[in-house]
Design a protein around this ligand. Structure first.
Ligand code: FAD
Length: 154
């Protein structure tokens, strides 16, 4: 049961997809998701991973110690570089509670991205603030929920 807890933490970070991972992104994302779902389920971590214009933006939420341990492993992963924490701290409730991890690759033309970066230029992860990163991730979560609902209702 992934209940709200007083020790609930949320960590948001961005990173750059490595050239090797970018060359076979679908395969790498499948491998990342497989390990993530197994580990995160065990550790009561939920979250969302977004891939946009060669960058990752991820939310991890769960018990503080588990989130920090997971982020330590993730930071050492050669499939990306420059992991940069955008925000980390206590959270009142889970925003991505349906998913031990879910990944979505966004097209540059996606309205959700344009809304967050506020231009049609390059996506610059350094420009993300805690607010805009969370807005990007929760917007994508909404799209993900909508897609799942449409699949169910045909
Ligand atoms: P392992 O048995 O070490 O690996 C599981 C699978 O991943 C195997 O198929 C292995 O071959 C492959 N793999 C592992 N490391 C690499 C690597 N460096 N290069 C290529 N293939 C590799 N882990 C989580 O637990 N939770 C997360 O939310 C999470 N999010 C991630 C987000 C990103 C953007 C990236 C790049 C990685 C993420 N990971 C996450 C994976 C994490 O970096 C570790 O690879 C993983 O936690 C190791 O888990 P394991 O020891 O159980 O699996």
């Amino acid at each position: 049961m992934l209940s709200t807890s007083r020790s609930l933490h949320r960590l948001l970070y961005s990173s750059r997809v490595s050239p090797a991972a970018a060359a076979d992104l679908d395969h790498e994302l499948g491998s990342i998701l497989g390990a993530s779902i197994a580990n995160n389920r065990h550790d009561a971590i939920t979250g969302l991973l977004v891939c946009v214009q060669g960058c990752f933006v991820q939310a991890l939420e769960g018990p503080a110690e588990k989130v920090q341990l997971a982020f330590g492993r993730i930071s050492r992963d050669a499939r990306h570089s420059d992991p940069t924490v955008i925000a980390a701290g206590p959270a009142e409730k889970r925003l991505f509670g349906e998913w031990n991890m879910c990944a979505r690759v966004l097209a540059p033309s996606d309205a959700a991205i344009l809304d967050v970066i506020d231009s049609k230029g390059e996506f610059e992860p350094e420009a993300l603030t805690p607010t805009s990163a969370l807005r990007l991730l929760t917007t994508v979560a909404g799209i993900q929920r909508e897609t799942a609902l449409q699949a169910l209702t045909g």
